[in-house]
Design a protein around this ligand. Structure first.
Ligand code: JFZ
Length: 417
């Protein structure tokens, strides 16, 4: 079995994680790209650093919310594109301990989520709009892209790459065992060895042998000679891939769709376009039905609290997961065509039928004639009569505002697992 498949075993079991985008940008409250969109200079953005004091920051509450939602791991922004570090670093003054927060926010996050039994991940931005040696020339996203004086300043990009490597070493040395390293993002010619990615990944693997890394250093996860920095899982963003993700030999590659609860990653005071719990559950089921994970994002506010709308959705999803999580954790795609009425997930010889779009009349299980040993409704354990032509009778239309209900059909032992 290849190392990637071994390393990602817990990840493919966990299936559902919490993404957390949090930093200075929570104060302007217009999303984490506010510096770029509004072309804010370091000086214009400085007041937020001087003001950042998340007095209601309680990562234990975050961890409990994630656990109650059924999420098994979390990934928190240690540094986003604005360059502000939530962690203690000897290589910069632009960090939480130098702001009015005066604390190592990452240390508290790691301890709180570990205490709740969740796996812990770090997001780290390759892009850095604050660092003096990060280029703005020819850059379509840097806040100072139109400022000639800034563009023509003498920079030493290798000095920035040294800084990047040194901070990753701090993150993976000072906080115990870390489970996920989530880099973001390579673009245009800023990719791969521009970050000295092979050297970086070799460093990471020497510090944290069991860690899994995303694919955003710029490599390609393929069977034959993947780059050292190709990563362990693909990270489709705000999309659910049409099918699963496979390598050139058609073999499954681990992947994780990262999706926002509203329309922004970082806190946005005017963004009330929240997905419903049912939409989240449907997305989760779809990911697993295609052998993928879902990393669902929350953007805490400037005081350090997850928005109440987000918490309400997570609580509702958690109730569904409490009753139906068996059809998610450790499950993957079934070797069956997608049924009209929804999606299948499968684990071993247990098939889970997620009835998402209930039509008129009975539910048909095409291709399963003679292969269903028994069927139970996961939500309450009740028996479902499966009869010719392999339809579920007595399947009352229980879609009365409840979520998707499941039919856990235990298949004959001889079915290929
Ligand atoms: C990136 C970040 O820019 C964003 O703020 C958030 O952290 C998200 C999870 O990751 O979003 C991207 C990534 C890639 C591209 C654009 C935005 N891209 O390839 O154009």
């Amino acid at each position: 079995m290849n190392k990637r498949w071994e390393r990602t075993e817990w990840f493919r079991e966990a299936r559902f994680g919490m993404f957390i985008h949090w930093g200075l940008y929570a104060i302007p409250a217009r999303g984490e790209w506010v510096r770029s969109f509004e072309k804010l200079s370091n000086e214009a953005y400085e007041p937020y650093f001087r003001e950042f004091n998340p007095d209601r920051y309680d990562p234990r509450a975050w961890a409990k919310a994630a656990k109650a939602a059924g999420q098994q791991y979390a990934v928190l922004t240690t540094k986003h594109h604005d360059g502000f570090c939530l962690f203690e670093s000897e290589f910069t003054d632009y960090k939480a301990s130098n702001s009015p927060a005066q604390r190592d926010l990452i240390k508290e996050y790691v301890e709180a989520f570990r205490d709740e039994g969740l796996k812990v991940g770090f997001y780290y931005s390759l892009i850095d709009w604050h660092h003096d040696d990060y280029p703005a020339y020819g850059d379509r996203i840097h806040p100072m892209r139109d400022n000639e004086a800034y563009q023509n300043r003498p920079i030493q990009f290798e000095r920035y790459v040294d800084y990047l490597h040194a901070q990753v070493k701090e993150l993976l040395t000072n906080y115990g065992e870390i489970d996920v390293m989530w880099f973001d993002f390579s673009y245009d010619d800023m990719t791969g060895e521009k970050w000295r990615a092979t050297e970086l990944v070799n460093l990471i693997r020497s510090l944290q042998p069991n860690i899994i890394i995303d694919n955003r250093l710029g490599g390609h996860i393929k069977a034959a000679e993947p780059e050292v920095y190709a990563g362990d899982f693909y990270s489709p963003e705000q999309i659910l891939p049409p099918g699963g993700i496979v390598d050139e030999n058609g073999l499954n590659v681990p992947w994780e769709a990262c999706i926002t609860l509203n329309d922004n990653w970082g806190y946005h005071a005017m963004d009330h376009a929240y997905k419903s719990p049912k939409q989240v559950v449907r997305a989760l089921v779809e990911c697993i039905s295609k052998n993928g994970n879902l990393l669902l994002n929350v953007g805490p506010d400037a005081r350090g609290e997850i928005p109440s709308q987000s918490l309400e959705i997570l609580t509702a999803v958690g109730e569904w997961m409490r009753r139906n999580g068996e059809s998610i954790y450790g499950c993957g795609a079934a070797d069956l065509p997608k049924p009209e009425w929804g999606r299948y997930t499968q684990k071993g010889n247990m098939l889970y039928a997620h009835v998402l779009d209930r039509g008129i009349g009975p539910i048909y299980f095409q291709g399963l004639k003679g292969r269903i040993k028994k069927a139970r409704l996961l939500a309450d354990g009740s028996e479902l009569k499966i009869s010719m032509p392999w339809m579920a009778e007595q399947y009352s239309d229980i879609d009365s505002g409840a979520f998707i209900h499941l039919i856990g059909a235990e298949l004959p032992d001889d079915m290929d697992t």
